[in-house]
Write a protein that binds this ligand. Structure first.
Ligand code: ZN
Length: 65
C-alpha cells in the first residue's frame, strides 16, 4: 500500500528507514510542510486563535513521522 505525498502528491512507496521523510516523498516536501505549519498557511477550520497544544502535537507528529 502506497501513500501520496501531502505536498506534491507524488506516490510515496518507501518508508522508514529507507525514507526518513515519510510520509513525504522527500526532505524537501517535509520542509515545505513544516514551514507551512510554522507560517500559518494551513487553514485550521473553525478557529482563529492560536493553535492548541493538540494542534502543535499533531504538527510535531506530522513533521517527525
Ligand atoms: Zn513530495
Amino acid at each position: 500500500m502506497s501513500t501520496a505525498c501531502p505536498i506534491c502528491r507524488a506516490e510515496v512507496t518507501a518508508r522508514r528507514p529507507e525514507n526518513p521523510a515519510f510520509p513525504f516523498c522527500s526532505a524537501r516536501c517535509r520542509g515545505i510542510d513544516l514551514s507551512r505549519w510554522l507560517g500559518g498557511d494551513y487553514a485550521i477550520p473553525v478557529r482563529d486563535e492560536a493553535p492548541t497544544d493538540e494542534d502543535l502535537a499533531v504538527a510535531a507528529r506530522r513533521s517527525r513521522s
